[in-house]
Write a protein that binds this ligand. Structure first.
Ligand code: KE4
Length: 417
């Protein structure tokens, strides 16, 4: 497929933006070739500047659970555009969004809105340190919690895609505050707490990992984290930036029946605009400034446009619970056909096709995947107008507006590879 306009834009972009992109994973470094510069989106499709039409399985990396430009979000934004774009003062709509989140997510009694998942995770681990008076954070290899200095240790997503040995620019003193353990390995968590439990402020985990490809929690893993953190007085943080409102309105914590002390959210709650949040136990959240001593702030936090889109999205999901049946059906249909030599992991609409004999249950397993073969599949599908996330270490983001025919077309194309 010739994409002369994307080629030209990419060459031009690389003169003014590092790698020509504003987020590394978009640069196709994991799969090669020219990233498509997108002109517009509609439902489950988007269209590049050369006019090519793609079934979109990136979905803006998770927010677009109802596809591009859902009418109820566009109408909501149109209704407030004339009122102003930002005030730097509280608004009623922020309260409404906070209450919608609290009503849906079991662990959240109080919530603070921020602008990105990175901010939410950075704030949550700082809050855990401030609440416990301890310094260390436990994370899991292959999990990604945004580009938080101390959490860029054996991180997933773009860090894994680019095979970056952690990240330059993070002082050893920062990364030494993080213990990175194997995902799904409770024994390593027990051992860490046995040796340094009185120094560990929190355990942060993607309850369903999505940043080393999709990897479900092993039976008992999340329950074990809850037990161990309670035993040692550390806080359990579920990073539900990806899983929140995707796996259910109550996120993964609702499905697995494990309630963390803090939860981070993002992506879907902004309805496609920049918005994220962290929340949890009221006694913990009461340590956040201006009530308590843990400082966190943001010029555009609770931005009226992003909040309006978020309210429209969360109200839609509240009023249309059948959405989650559609997401489950779409995920199951796509994952039903597993070509030889591949392993498919799936939870709901989060799916990853690994070029790996399997099982894929942690980062070491995932890293044994044949990423060169994945790259060939990616381009094979791209040529057929099917746009997968450009990395073996990402989950597909299926929406509720991908039709059965599009899912079947995609499954056939994968099997034809
Ligand atoms: P942001 O700062 O990118 O809004 O959120 C960071 C983040 C935190 N926690 C989880 C579980 C996440 O998946 C993310 C971001 N996800 C990646 C996709 N795997 C964002 C894509 C990108 O970096 O461009």
């Amino acid at each position: 497929m010739n994409v002369p306009l994307s080629d030209a834009l990419f060459a031009r972009a690389k003169q003014s933006i590092p790698g020509g992109v504003n987020s590394p994973v978009r640069a196709f470094r994991g799969v090669g070739g020219t990233p498509r510069f997108i002109a517009r989106g509609e439902g489950s499709h988007f269209y590049d500047v050369d006019g090519n039409d793609y079934i979109d399985y990136i979905g803006s990396w998770g927010p677009l659970i109802m596809g591009h430009r859902p009418p109820f979000v566009i109408e909501a934004l149109k209704s407030v555009l004339e009122l102003g774009t930002s005030f730097g003062a509280p608004t009623g709509r922020e309260v409404e969004l906070a209450e919608l989140i609290i009503d849906a997510v079991p662990s959240v009694e109080m919530v603070r809105l921020v602008n990105s998942g990175t901010e939410a995770c950075m704030s949550a681990i700082r809050l855990a340190r401030g609440f416990t008076g301890r310094d260390l954070t436990v994370k899991f290899e292959g999990c990604y919690h945004g580009h938080v200095d101390s959490l860029l240790v054996k991180a997933g997503s773009g860090v894994a895609t680019l095979s970056l040995p952690d990240t330059a620019g993070v002082p050893r003193a920062f990364s030494d505050t993080t213990l990175a353990l194997p995902f799904n390995d409770l024994e390593s968590v027990e051992a860490a707490f046995k040796s340094q439990g009185d120094r560990i402020a929190s355990v942060i985990v993607e309850p369903v990992a999505g940043n080393m490809g999709c990897i479900p929690p092993a039976p008992g893993f999340l329950e074990g984290l809850r037990r161990i953190t309670e035993k040692y007085g550390a806080l359990l943080i579920f990073d539900e930036v990806m899983t929140g409102f995707r796996l259910s309105r109550g996120g993964a914590q609702k499905i697995y029946g494990v309630t963390p002390d803090l939860t981070t959210l993002g992506k879907i709650i902004g309805g496609g605009l920049p918005l994220a949040a962290y929340g949890g136990r009221k006694d913990v959240m009461s340590c956040v400034a201006p009530v308590g001593p843990v400082y966190q702030a943001g010029t555009l936090s609770g931005n009226p446009l992003a909040v309006t889109a978020g309210i429209a999205m969360l109200r839609y999901l509240e009023d249309h619970p059948e959405t989650y049946d559609i997401l489950e059906r779409n995920g199951a249909e796509l994952a039903a056909h597993v070509p030889a030599g591949m392993t498919v992991n799936r939870v709901g609409s989060m799916v990853t096709f690994f070029f790996n004999a399997g099982p894929v249950q942690n980062y070491e397993d995932a890293k044994r995947s044949d990423t060169a073969k994945f790259a060939r599949l990616f381009h094979f599908l791209l040529e057929k107008g099917i746009y997968f996330p450009p990395s073996q270490y990402e989950a597909l983001f299926i929406s509720a507006v991908h039709t059965p025919a599009e899912i079947a077309q995609t499954a056939r194309a994968i099997c034809a590879f």
